[in-house]
Design a protein around this ligand. Structure first.
Ligand SMILES: Cc1ncc(COP(=O)(O)O)c(C=O)c1O
Length: 397
């Protein structure tokens, strides 16, 4: 028997990967599954970015690079963040990581002591709670409510602050709800952070994917906040680069040095040719990104209207990311029960709202990063299963 360290009991997981495995197992048995569970664009990485990576391979970017990132990549990221957030960021503020996820883990490891409280959105990306728990911190869930369009209620934040509160995590646009924070919400949270000497981990990975003329606003842009904010961002979602493992954090230099030290102790550095492609992503043409976002927009309308026409479902219209989080309490099923039924009987893979925390009960998360045709088919199948009719043609069962 392997002795397992006690801390492993405190480590959570991301259910999306487990459901994907379950769905693949059903596919292996011949069942046709529509994948609406995984949070990644279905588009291919834009050709100019792939070309830049190929060129970088030919140019010899196949070796270890500096732990914090290649200087030219850190510079391109610093310029991009300075431009898009209206602040001054230097390359020394940037740490490039294999995906944006390590920034969460590294920053929490570097800043949170045992017993420190961290306020985080719930429902929210499950790794926040997992990482806080793992380092011995106290996760303090901040409820996001449907009736408030899944925005943060500022009074809730105020009520959750204690002398032990060290950090607040924000995520806008948000996974899993697609909700966004308005500039007034962000300014109010900044005021609380300044008053209570809090760090803010601002997960802005979906900030380019917004609809209805909404514009992103970073808490780092509020005067006085840049010194206490860690911006988490990356290439996975905006540029359809999930498999490249390419993300970064922007933070005060003192913390960037500590995060770099954690990188030296774990991954060493981010792949060098990926970082050369990152420069092209930030500086090259943006037509592909814009096309992708306009297609997401069309799919959002289809899925929101489709769910609102299904009895037992009620679906808000999110302003960002590529997720919807319909309320399914009218079906009389729990989130887990319904997610299982939809996978097994409708061949539609989605996630239970509870995969994103306790306040996710009564909801399901669907990613609409899939074709209009597949979304339409999924909606039809779900409607049939809920009416007790067979949904998947016998031939593919
Ligand atoms: C809110 C949020 N932050 C961060 C990440 C991680 O991104 P990456 O794949 O770049 O590690 C995800 C991925 O699903 C996410 O949804």
């Amino acid at each position: 028997m392997i002795h397992v360290a006690r801390r492993m009991q405190r480590l959570g997981t991301e259910t999306a990967f487990e459901i994907l495995a379950k769905a693949r197992a059903l596919e292996a048995k011949g069942k046709e599954i529509i994948h609406l569970e995984i949070g990644e664009p279905d588009f291919d990485t834009p050709a100019n970015i792939k070309t830049a990576a190929k060129r970088a391979l030919d140019d010899g970017f196949t070796h270890y690079g500096p732990a914090a990132g290649l200087p030219q990549a850190r510079k391109a990221i610093a310029d991009y963040i300075s431009r898009t957030r209206s602040i001054t960021v230097n390359p020394e503020n940037v740490v490039v990581t294999p995906g944006a996820k390590p920034i969460m883990f590294f920053v929490i490891l570097a800043c949170i002591d045992e017993g420190d409280e961290v306020i985080y959105p719930n429902p929210g990306f499950p790794i926040y709670e997992s990482a806080i728990d793992f380092v011995g911190g106290t996760p303090v869930p901040l409820p996001l409510r449907e009736e408030n369009e899944f925005r943060v209620d500022i009074d809730d934040v105020k009520k959750l602050i204690t002398p032990r509160t060290r950090m607040i995590i924000l995520n806008s646009p948000q996974n899993p709800t697609g909700g966004i924070l308005m500039e007034e919400d962000i300014r109010a949270i900044a005021e609380i952070a300044l008053e209570n000497n809090l760090l803010v981990l601002s997960d802005e990975i979906y900030d380019r994917i917004m609809y209805d003329a909404h514009k992103p606003f970073s808490i780092a842009s509020v005067p006085g906040m840049q010194d206490r904010t860690i911006i988490l961002d990356g290439f996975s979602k905006t540029y359809a680069m999930t498999g490249w493992r390419l993300g970064y954090g922007v933070m005060p230099v003192e913390l960037a040095n500590l995060v770099t030290k954690l990188q030296i102790n774990s991954t060493s550095c981010t792949s060098s040719f990926s970082q050369m492609a990152a420069i092209e992503a930030l500086q090259g043409p943006r037509e592909d990104v814009e096309r992708m976002i306009s297609q997401f927009n069309e799919r959002r309308d289809l899925i929101v209207n489709g769910f609102n026409a299904i009895e037992g479902f009620r679906c808000h219209k999110p302003h960002g990311a590529f997720y919807v989080f319909p309320n399914i309490s009218g079906t009389g099923k729990t989130s887990r029960q319904l997610a299982d039924i939809l996978l097994n009987e409708a061949g539609v893979a989605c996630l239970s709202g509870t995969a994103f925390g306790k306040y996710g009960e009564g909801y399901l998360r669907f990613s609409y990063a899939n074709s209009l045709e597949n979304i339409e088919k999924a909606l039809e199948r779900i409607a049939k299963v809920l009416k007790g009719q067979p949904a998947v043609p016998e031939t593919v069962k």
